[in-house]
Design a protein around this ligand. Structure first.
Ligand code: AMP
Ligand code: MG
Length: 477
C-alpha cells in the first residue's frame, strides 16, 4: 500500500489541469514548529482519512501529502465596490481529495506563507481568526447551511505581527471548490475568453452536473449559480447571519458560504446591523445582503457575456435577462424558509404580510432574533405579540397539519444554539491567551446540535449581558 492510501489521501487535481493563467505553482512556506490545536475527527472520517492523515506537519505545510500539487489560485474581485487583482496571498490549494463516496473536495491551507499574489502581506494568519473560522463554519454546517468546512488548525511556532505580536496559525479548509465570482472576473479582465470558457465548463461539470447536455450550457450555469446564491443568502437571513465582507472574491460558484472574516450573528433584530469595524457605510449590513449578492452576481453575469452570444449586444441582453431572476428567487427561498420558521406547511398570499408584521414588532421591541423565533408557541398566550399571535393562530388553523406538526417543523427550523458573539469571544480568549481549549470544545459540542435546547445549554442561548460593549469584528488578517 502506498503512503497516500495509508493516510487515506486520494488526490486528483482537476483545477491544476486548467489553463495555467489560473494559478501559480507554489509550495507552502515551512514553519518553525507545527502543533496541532484542533482537528475535526468527524470530518476527517467522512473524508476517508485515517489517523495517519492527522499530521501537524501536513496541516502546517511542512510536508506535502502524496498526490498533492500545491498551487496559489489567481483571482480578482470587487472589494467594497472597487475592482482589484487579488489571488491567494496567504493560502495554498494542496489539491482535490476524493472521498470514499466519490465527492471531490478542495484541501486548502490558509495562512501558509507568501505567494506570488501576496502583495505587501506576510502570507500568514493568526490563531484567533483561524479558530473563529473553524467555530463559525462548523456551526453553519450543523444548521444545514452550505459552507466550507474546517478540518484542522495548527499553530506555527512563529509570531505574526498585526497591531501586536500574535501566535501564527494555519487553517485547513475543505470546500467544494474555491472558484469565486472573482475568478471569472480575473479572466474577463485579461480578456481571456478561451480560459473563461474552460473555467465555465469546469465549474458546470463540477458543481452542476445535472446541467450536462443542456442546449445552452453557459446560460444554464449562470442561472443555476444565481439560484444557489439566492438560496444561500436566504439561509443566512433566516438565522441572522451577517457575512460582513461580501466582496466578489468571497462569493463561491458552488453556493457555499466562504471566507469567514468579520462575520457574526445578529442579536437584537435590526436590519441595519453591522459588526465589521471597517464597514462604516453599512454596505454589508444584515438587511443589505440580498441586494449585495445581486450586485455581485451582476459582476459575474458581465463576465459571461462573451459566452452567452457572439454578438455582444445580444450577450448583454441575455445576461440581464438571467440576472433579473434573482429578486424573485431570493424572495421565494426566503419566504419558504420563513414559513417553516412559523410552522407553515403550505403557502397563502398573505404570508409575506404576516412575516413582515412580526419582523416589525421585533425591530420596534429590539427582540433577540434567534430566541424570538425559537420561543414562538402557537399553543401559548403571548400578550407581547398582541393581535399578531391571533392572526398567526388563525393562519395555522387553516392548514391540515396539527399544532404538534407545526411545532415540530418550527423546532427544526429555528436554531436554539447559534455562535453567540460573547461565547465565541470567551472560547477564543481561553484558547489564544491561555491555551485552554475546554471552552471551545464545549461550545463546538453545543453548536453541533443547534436545534436541541437541553437545560444545561441555556447559557449558550442567552444574549450578551445587558450593558455589554457593542460587538465589533475585524477582517481576519
Ligand atoms: P480576505 O480578506 O481573506 O478575503 O483576503 C482578501 C485578499 O487579501 C486575498 O487576496 C488574500 O489572499 C489577501 N490577503 C489577506 N491577508 C493576507 C496576508 N496576511 N498576506 C497576504 N495576502 C493576504
Ligand atoms: Mg477572501
Amino acid at each position: 500500500m502506498s503512503a497516500s492510501t495509508q493516510a487515506g489521501w486520494r488526490f486528483d487535481n482537476s483545477y491544476a489541469r486548467l489553463p495555467e493563467v489560473l494559478f501559480a505553482r507554489q509550495n507552502p512556506v515551512s514553519v518553525a514548529k507545527p502543533t496541532l490545536v484542533i482537528c475535526n475527527q468527524k470530518l476527517a472520517t467522512s473524508m476517508g482519512l485515517d489517523s495517519g492523515a492527522i499530521d501537524a506537519e501536513v496541516f502546517a505545510g511542512n510536508v506535502i501529502p502524496p498526490g498533492a500539487e500545491p498551487i496559489a489560485q489567481a483571482y480578482a474581485g470587487h472589494q467594497y465596490g472597487h475592482f482589484t487583482m487579488l489571488g491567494d496571498g496567504r493560502a495554498i490549494l494542496l489539491g482535490e481529495h476524493l472521498t470514499p463516496a466519490g465527492v471531490r473536495l478542495d484541501v486548502q491551507l490558509k495562512g501558509s506563507g507568501r505567494t506570488p499574489f501576496s502583495r505587501r502581506g506576510d502570507g500568514r494568519a493568526a490563531l484567533g481568526p483561524m479558530l473563529r473560522e473553524y467555530i463559525i463554519s462548523e456551526a453553519m454546517h450543523a444548521m444545514g447551511i452550505p459552507t466550507t468546512r474546517s478540518l484542522a488548525v495548527v499553530t506555527t511556532g512563529e509570531t505574526v505581527y498585526r497591531d501586536t505580536g500574535l501566535p501564527g496559525a494555519v487553517l485547513t479548509r475543505i470546500a467544494a471548490s474555491h472558484i469565486r465570482v472573482g475568478t471569472f472576473e480575473y479572466l474577463a479582465a485579461t480578456k481571456n475568453v478561451e480560459a473563461l470558457r474552460s473555467l465555465a465548463d469546469h465549474t458546470r461539470q463540477r458543481h452542476y452536473p445535472e446541467l450536462t447536455g443542456d442546449a445552452e450550457p453557459h446560460r444554464a450555469l449562470l442561472e443555476a449559480v444565481i439560484d444557489r446564491q439566492a438560496a444561500l443568502i436566504a439561509r443566512w437571513m433566516l438565522v441572522g447571519f451577517i457575512h460582513g465582507v461580501m466582496n466578489t472574491d468571497n462569493m463561491a460558484l458552488s453556493g457555499e458560504t466562504i471566507d469567514y472574516g468579520p462575520c457574526a450573528f445578529m442579536d437584537a433584530y435590526d436590519p441595519e446591523t453591522v459588526f465589521s469595524s471597517i464597514d462604516r457605510q453599512g454596505r454589508y449590513a444584515y438587511g443589505n445582503q440580498a441586494r449585495i449578492a445581486h450586485w455581485n452576481l451582476a459582476r459575474l453575469a458581465e463576465t459571461f457575456v462573451p459566452l452567452l452570444d457572439d454578438d455582444e449586444t445580444r450577450g448583454v441582453e441575455i445576461a440581464k435577462e438571467i440576472l433579473g431572476i434573482f429578486p424573485d428567487r431570493f424572495e421565494s427561498h426566503w419566504l419558504g424558509g420563513m414559513r417553516e420558521k412559523l410552522g407553515l406547511f403550505n403557502a397563502e398570499s398573505e404570508d409575506l404580510g404576516l412575516v413582515g408584521e412580526l419582523l416589525e414588532i421585533m425591530a420596534r421591541e429590539k427582540w433577540d432574533f434567534t430566541n424570538t423565533f425559537r420561543n414562538l408557541n402557537p399553543a401559548a398566550e403571548a400578550p407581547e405579540l398582541g393581535a399578531w399571535q391571533a392572526k398567526w393562530q388563525a393562519r395555522l388553523s387553516r392548514q391540515p397539519q396539527t399544532i404538534e406538526d407545526a411545532l415540530a417543523l418550527m423546532r427544526k427550523s429555528n436554531p436554539a444554539v447559534i455562535p453567540r458573539n460573547h461565547k465565541v469571544e470567551e472560547a477564543l480568549a481561553a484558547a489564544v491567551a491561555s491555551g485552554d481549549l475546554g471552552p471551545m470544545h464545549r461550545l463546538l459540542e453545543a453548536l453541533a446540535n443547534p436545534f436541541e435546547d437541553a437545560p444545561e445549554k441555556q447559557h449558550y442561548r442567552d444574549p450578551a449581558p445587558a450593558g455589554s460593549e457593542p460587538y465589533q469584528t475585524f477582517c481576519g488578517t
